[in-house]
Write a protein of this length. Structure first.
Length: 332
């Protein structure tokens, strides 16, 4: 009983992401934040979903598709959709081999031949982050979880894709409603849904996660899925579990306009913005410019300029006076 209570009282992993137009310092800010949290003693993982080599230069380590330790308390991993696509296909094949539902049709699917379709990047990013963060709580139980992180920093392929991912769980509830109607009110749905659910549960079990659908009626299963999506969508509205920062280049009117638009979009997606960050102008004295007034009442700060071409002493960067305001904002 004590172990159950301690698990319930365990501090949740917090997901943090950054939104901004290309060139506004989004990736640099994510790396700066990762170093900040790691140096404060929090177990941190930087998740990158692009082929941009900036993180490898700034962290001085090769980042692959499995988490690699870059420094004390700091790990990094690169998501590749083409590789993530293979895992669920292989699990479905294994499940089908045990249940023999498709009479070997799935076995003939060659995952390496399949391309990435539009929208798949966001879907597989969500699945990868769920494994690291645990959006859905105990509804999906993970076995043999190797490492728990205090902070997950996500640097997505684009701001638009990240916003879609954040809003996906709430939007998926509407799709679930229509799918439930098809499954419960049509002959095809009543015939096919039990087999599909059984195949999905078997695949989840093989991947180390379990939905606990045994013995549940169809209506109970749909109710469970609704609860899972509801739990996932509420996480983005909880400051203790999710943080989001807007990045802006104060010298670019386009960057400013984009940042303001992203602010509105993220609110519509069901999340809140934690603050605004900007790279200082080369000749600025470190004072926030008037353009930051457009983001009131959001707290705002500068992220120090970091050169990719030089070896970095992160201790020196963090102790620099120009880093103080950004570190204070990230700590809130």
């Amino acid at each position: 009983m004590a172990s159950v209570d301690s698990a319930n009282n365990e501090k949740p992993t917090k997901l943090i992401t950054f939104l901004g137009k290309g060139g506004s310092g989004k990736t640099t800010s994510a790396i700066f934040a990762a170093q900040h949290y790691a140096m404060t003693g929090l177990k941190t993982c930087l998740v990158i979903h692009s082929q941009d080599p900036t993180a490898e230069y700034l962290l001085n380590c090769k980042i692959g598709t499995s988490p690699i330790t870059c420094s004390d308390n700091l790990s990094a991993v690169r998501l590749e959709t083409t590789k993530m696509l293979l895992e669920p296909i292989n699990k479905l094949k294994q499940a089908d081999a045990r249940l023999n539902m498709t009479q070997g049709v799935l076995e003939g699917v060659v995952g390496e031949e399949l391309g990435v379709l539009p929208g798949m990047d966001s879907i597989f990013s969500s699945l990868a982050l769920e494994q690291l963060v645990g959006f859905f709580g105990n509804a999906v139980q993970q076995k043999n979880k190797k490492e728990k992180f205090d902070i997950i920093l996500y640097d997505g392929m684009s701001t638009e894709e990240t916003i879609r991912m954040i809003g996906a769980t709430s939007k998926a509830r509407l799709y679930l409603k229509y799918l439930r109607n098809i499954a419960e009110k049509t002959d095809l749905g009543r015939l096919a849904s039990p087999s599909l659910l059984r195949l999905a549960e078997e695949a989840m079990t093989l991947s180390g996660r379990k939905l606990n659908l045994n013995g549940k009626m169809s209506s109970e299963i749909w109710d469970l899925l609704e609860q899972v999506l509801e739990r996932g969508s509420t996480i983005f509205a909880e400051p203790k579990k999710f943080g989001c920062y807007i990045l802006v280049d104060r010298n670019s009117p386009v960057s400013l306009a984009s940042a303001l638009r992203y602010w509105g979009c993220i609110i519509q997606a069901g999340a809140q913005v934690s603050g605004a960050l900007a790279l200082p102008s080369p000749n600025s004295g470190g004072e926030l410019g008037a353009k930051f007034d457009d983001f009131s009442p959001l707290p705002s700060a500068f992220v120090p300029r970091i050169s990719v071409g030089t070896h970095l002493d992160w201790n020196k960067v963090m102790q620099d006076s120009h880093s103080k305001s950004a570190r204070n904002l990230l700590t809130v």
